[in-house]
Design a binder for this molecule. Sequence first.
Ligand code: BES
Ligand code: ZN
Ligand code: ZN
Length: 580
Amino acid sequence: MLPFRGTPARGALRHRPPPRPRRRRLMRRCARRPARSASPIAFLPSEPCPAMLLPCVRSVAARRLARDVPRACSCSAQGPSPRGYSRGAAGKGLVLGVYSSEKDDGAAQLTSAGDAFDRLVSGKLRALLSLCGPPLKKGKTRIFHGLHQDFPSVAVVGLGKKNAGINEQENWNEGKENIRTAVAVGCRQIQDLEIPCVEVDPCGDAQAAAEGAVLGLHEYNELKQKKKPVVTPQLHGSAESEAWQKGVIYAEGQNLARYLMEAPANYITPIKFAEHIEQKLRSFSNVKVHIRQESWITAQEMGAFLSVAKGSAEPPIFLEIHYLGSANTDDSPLVFVGKGVTFDSGGISLKPSSGMDAMRADMGGAATVCSAIVTAAALNLPLNIIGLAPLCENMPSGKANKPGDVVRAKNGKTIQVDNTDAEGRLLLADALCYAHNFNARAIVNAATLTGAMDVALGSAATGVFTNSSWLWTHLYEASILTGDRVWRMPLFEHYTKQVTDCPLADVSNIGKYSRAGGACTAAAFLKEFVTASHWAHLDIAGVMSNKDEVPYLRKGMAGRPTRTLVEFAARLSQDSHNAK
Ligand code: BES
Ligand code: ZN
Ligand code: ZN
């Protein structure tokens, strides 16, 4: 253990040469009693131990280590558990980035924060990196213990190519994605060591680094007695703190959506959802939240929404949020609408029981749009946004919709409910009609609407169906930055015909060719309730959950594409073009 006495001010430490004499004393002590405890430098079990490598490595780095590193090295495989290491009162983890080598010698290309840290520890970081294996690949880590008294554990993570920018094939900014991934992996390593605080290298883009840290550490632990240790990420250094803070806010927005989507349906009922969002917005004086009850929904003649809700014992809620961020409170708002089915059993057209539990996240549309508004308020974005979320359960019961029933939407159109599992479009039909009351700049709805969307694109991108190329461009450009991508889908008349050719009503809630183009017929159905010239429907069924596709999100409900919605709103707030 490094024998630390007191904790000098951080700034002072950064500019002070490393405490060599003390280390020599320690080395002598370790040499006398080699097997007693952890040496200042230890490695995770999977990593080679530098002291063991010393006899066969003949580089400058090895010679330096031979001088400075005690020979008695205890790999954590044999040594004490991470809990056993003394970290000192101020002990923090540190995550540093390293670019893949551009030269043949494979020498580590540290970031500027990595470079500064390496100087602080007299070049030991570089030396260890060259000793402990091949150059770090993108997203791979090595962890070093005991390099510096402020940072008992340092995770070095591969960032990939140094100047990775926008990748035209992938439709995203690869540099930002690499940073998010690397930082997430590094932070999780520190979390595994149960270190409560981690400083993070901004890696040249503090917003992306903060997003990687906050998204990468998030886990839904709420209902478990044994929880993962809480780790607080902080920016390493003082530059770019504004960008870091912005990244934290964006990521916390997505985490809010993940939380709501992951929570069991008996915890997040329609009213609980609304109350949770209301509580998040309580501190903002420029936000008004209306939690509309069933009587209000009935008075609004939202017959399609009510027809779904009546199958459940849980009362429906229509959540309405007004965020007035624009200097002019009369400015036309951006209107967000989100499908809020807090549990979708399918109703009388019951879903198979296997995997049905995932339908607790069928309020992902409501979760992402409401979280985007919470985030917009936290960022104080200068535009007005209205959020609308019809919330209910889709359950089978004696009062539930039956296949073939006909219901009437708010705009007077009649709908034949040919499949009660196609319920999301019924809620949205009424909510979209209502959205036309606000003289909106644009109406954007998000919904976990169709399994067919997942079949079409999987989790690579959200499908966007829009009647406006202006809107599409904003969404697309936003998504390149966030890495939470969108892909444009068709709104052809071809699909409209398949939902309007209906025996008993104006429109059927499923396409007449059953499963063919299911995401497109669902979008065509929604279009029947839209007259606005700037409308986009985001089918987010494919991006609802994450297995391991997005490396900076753990397995579970993904909260996608909250950051894209926020970035989109931020761009709209800068767009002087009046879309109306
Ligand atoms: N909520 C589902 C869609 C869904 C499926 C979301 C998988 C996320 C993952 C929706 O209400 C639904 O059940 N849609 C049906 C429509 C069909 C009956 C025309 C579907 O996709 O099977
Ligand atoms: Zn359904
Ligand atoms: Zn559904």
